[in-house]
Design a protein around this ligand. Structure first.
Ligand code: 9D3
Length: 247
């Protein structure tokens, strides 16, 4: 899978992708990440990427033109959206995403959806926003990583790359290791259970006795109950019937 990130801060991404799963996925050839400096598609002396909003208002917006030209350079074969009557979602296997605070919420289900693609362009917003024609006529989808205000899309892009990369086949050493965790389908959405490692007593706090004994049926029952209790306490929104949950 190939990720393209369009940003005015290309240096931002030198760190986060050089560690852990995302780094290994690149080394293994399962994942390619290309960073594109938005200023490459500006032609004035100051390499201007932003301008003032029509109608007035605070701050600056990212201009449409450099963003359109960047995406057209990345996907030259891609038809303009207006001409895509038969394929309104664009070329199969490719997607252009605008990261914004107003987007649809990025969840594990969305991560799985993206992991099935061959190529994904992530457009990072900055300043007070992005010319709306980017959302209307360039992006296939507009995504937010949560209900809080960031200062730009770069952290969102890094989050999405991480969450998608670890789902790619052959990326995690153990092919099944995504199976037993909180948001997968196989365990009915249960939280990870509380876990402990040595020593059995630390500063007077003992590991639950049941985990030290070898009764695997009893351990299984304890884990199920403990994860339910913790989920009910920390994530009552995910607790309860499976039908209520959207991931
Ligand atoms: C709060 C009102 N506006 C700021 C004057 C809107 C606004 C514009 C740009 C809010 C945030 C941003 C920058 N944020 C992102 O580009 C962003 C984001 C986010 O803020 N929250 C969650 N996910 C994302 S993905 C991109």
């Amino acid at each position: 899978m190939k990720f393209h990130i369009v940003t005015i801060f290309p240096e931002f991404f030198r760190g986060p992708f050089e560690h852990g799963v995302v780094h290994r996925a690149q080394s293994a050839g399962r994942l390619e990440i290309q960073i594109h400096d938005l200023r490459n598609w500006t032609y004035d002396r100051h390499r201007t990427v932003d301008d003032r909003p029509f109608g007035g208002g605070e701050g600056m917006l990212l201009k449409a033109q450099p963003l359109f030209e960047a995406v057209e350079a990345i996907f030259p074969e891609r038809a303009p959206r207006a001409q895509r009557a038969s394929q309104p979602d664009g070329t199969p296997g490719q997607k252009v995403l605008l990261l914004s605070a107003q987007g649809r919420r990025f969840t594990q289900a969305v991560a799985r959806e993206f992991a099935a693609l061959n190529a994904l362009v992530l457009i990072c917003g900055r300043y007070e926003g992005v010319d709306e024609r980017v959302a209307e006529h360039l992006a296939d989808d507009e995504v937010s990583i949560g209900d809080f205000v960031l200062s730009g899309g770069e952290l969102g892009a890094a989050v999405i790359v991480d969450a998608v990369a670890r789902l790619l086949p052959g990326v995690l050493g153990n092919e099944d290791s995504t199976r037993n965790e909180s948001f997968s389908e196989e365990n009915e959405g249960l939280f990870d259970c509380p876990q402990y490692t040595r020593p059995a007593e630390f500063r007077g706090w003992r590991v639950p006795d049941v985990l030290l004994g070898g009764n695997h049926e009893e351990i299984k029952r304890w884990r199920r109950a403990a994860s339910r209790e913790k989920m009910q306490r920390l994530r009552p929104d995910l607790s309860g019937s499976r039908e209520k949950r959207q991931n």
